[in-house]
Design a protein around this ligand. Structure first.
Ligand code: SF4
Ligand SMILES: [Zn+2]
Length: 131
């Protein structure tokens, strides 16, 4: 995690091709409409080493604007709707799950869910012992 004038940001963002200083005009990722600018950004995203993390981040944070991981705003809306329809959501917080995630969207939700399950199991053991 790094912090700059935009606030805390995950480490992988620095490795994104769109974040390399002077390599690209960052306006490309926020095109006015689906014109050539957006196509260039999508082509760069296809080569990007952190594309999976980027898609995961954009979906789970509900990023509304711009191109993330080669997806447009509309494409992400469709993906989220499909994931919700297929009940591919975090069991803890209902964030749509992307990529390889199966049950929880984040380590935080995993920890929360497991703490609760462990507490419930401990309670069941106590109840049994008291019976
Ligand atoms: S996938 Fe695209 S938007 Fe995401 S970090 Fe890479 S270049 Fe940037
Ligand atoms: Zn979650």
């Amino acid at each position: 995690m790094t912090t700059d004038y935009l606030g805390p940001r995950p480490e992988w963002m620095q490795r994104g091709l769109c974040a390399q200083p002077d390599a690209y005009n960052s306006d490309l990722w926020f095109p006015e409409n689906t014109g050539p600018q957006g196509r260039i950004a999508k082509a760069v995203c296809r080569q990007c080493p952190v594309r999976d993390q980027c898609l995961d981040y954009a979906i789970s944070n509900g990023e509304k604007y711009g191109i993330w991981a080669g997806t447009s705003e509309r494409k992400r809306r469709d993906m989220i709707a499909k994931l919700r329809a297929a009940k591919r959501v975090c069991v803890e917080c209902a964030t749509p799950l992307t990529n390889g995630r199966r049950t929880y969207c984040s380590d935080n939700c995993y920890d929360t869910g497991h703490r609760r399950d462990n507490a419930a199991a401990a309670q069941r053991r106590r109840d049994r012992g008291a019976a």
